[in-house]
Design a binder for this molecule. Sequence first.
Ligand code: NAP
Length: 547
Amino acid sequence: MPDTHALAERASPGQLAIYDAIVIGAGISGMYMLYRLRELGMTVRVFEAGSDVGGTWYWNRYPGARFDSESWTYGYSFSKELMAEWDWKEHFSPQPDTLEYLNYVADKFDLRRDIGFRSTVVAAHWDEAANRWNVTLENGQRANSRFLFTAIGILSAYTLPAIPGRDSFTGPAYHPARWPHTPVDFTGNRVGLIGTGATAIQAIPEIAKQAKHLTVFQRRPNWAAPLHNSKISKEEMAAIKSRYEEIYAHCATTPSWFIHQADPRKTLDVPPEEREAFWEKLYGEPGFGIWMGNFRDILTSEDANAAISAFIAKKIRQRVKDPKVADKLIPKDHGFGTRRVPLESGYFEAYNRDNVTLVDTLVDEPIECITPRGIKTIRQEHEFDILVYATGFDGVTGAYDRIDIRGENGLRLKDAWAETPRTYLGMLAEGFPNMLMVLGPHTARGNIPQAVSHSVEFQAGLLRFMQQHDHTRVATRPEQVDEWTRIVIKAGEALLSFKVDSWQNGVNRNVEGRTVRRVLGYNGNGAHFRRTTDEVAKGGYQEFAFR
Ligand code: NAP
């Protein structure tokens, strides 16, 4: 794989490499940002911790990893040629195909020549006098730029379980976000896996197929629904390509930029039989329809949510043979859809296998510690050959906290956001001029590449405007930050999802201090967000402060 080394990598410690823009991260966001910044004639350097492009899809190579959004809404839409050339093989693309796609994009647009791999950014400090960012890499190399783009993802700061003895296990232990590049062979092995989030729910059925025995340690169960993945035939792909414009235009009008649009009816207004038939239909269809194409009040009304939760619980009972195991797999502390719904392929059936055991660590067998031989609960020591920690991420702000980012007057971003992020549109943080965030906190997300594209295009437009008007500094305005933060928090707190702990609310008990819920995303309508940003652009970006 070509890994071109530009000035920054060749510079010896102490030497300073100078660019117009530095982008942190070469995943979906950073790659597209680089493409757009080049168009603006800027000198750009992307710093990427991995040894190649792909971000999430570079790191997460665990068995079963795949999209649960439709592949044909997941690609970049900036190049008609690219869209015409690329054939998705499955409706929900597996990780190797997605990584292949991102490599194809990197090759096609010759992106690698401006990317420094194995280049972890550890600090970024704003120099007010120079109006520039000073960036330091882990190896001590330094670089400097007018603009800094954080394309660091919302789920990149992975977290290991804070369980005593974690490092004492003598066998191999893996986190899915740092999976080896050569597949792990579970054949004949006793495997212990901690976690039952979206990652585990994808990995469990695959590991179960290979392992001698798989023991799943579940703290809190998650609601999950079938993915219904299938191959895309040549004819189907041709038909999708002919409709790309229509598909992407449609996604832009939906609340989360997926193909799914909520049903305008309220759950309890619909007669029970009709409701049941509608849910049966959604449960049998591919993708997020059961979550995003459901009645409009399932995520806001307790009663509506209880009804859909009862329906999904019934499905789990039908699919899991042992009623006691089924009961353990049904969440009791939160309703369907109030945490991110994992889509699964045979997850519940995995528990019907003789070689899979579910251990409920919340009630039956709390974990005491990890030992050299396995996992010790209050009842017994479970012995394993391999451990998998599918224990998630320090979501949204975690990746920011891992970099020493300092803005005006030396303000540390981590401190500034301790209570809540304060941003305008989730793109620019208060006190951090010229630092533009792709998928920053308090921005609209949903279908990630679509959110990324929108963010990158808005920011490229902002930069073009600055070039045209000879501005070299952009910052937030206090009144805009106040208003945006208020809107975001109000919308987030109104949802049932704010009543439950999850990475989406910034709760992660494996990380010190991550025990208080914070609204971390814009939970309003994505289409409305798009209109807001369009108006800001059309109005000449008056909501920003330029110099
Ligand atoms: P997650 O949803 O946060 O799940 C982490 C799991 O580990 C939870 O079950 C959690 O239990 C458990 N856990 C954490 N620390 C523990 C400890 N100390 N002891 C026992 N159990 C512990 O993380 P994830 O599964 O990696 O998924 C994160 C997000 O990534 C998803 O929500 C999704 O947005 C994204 N994702 C997407 C895809 C896709 O597109 N197909 C696939 C995978 C992931 P508690 O619930 O009790 O905390």
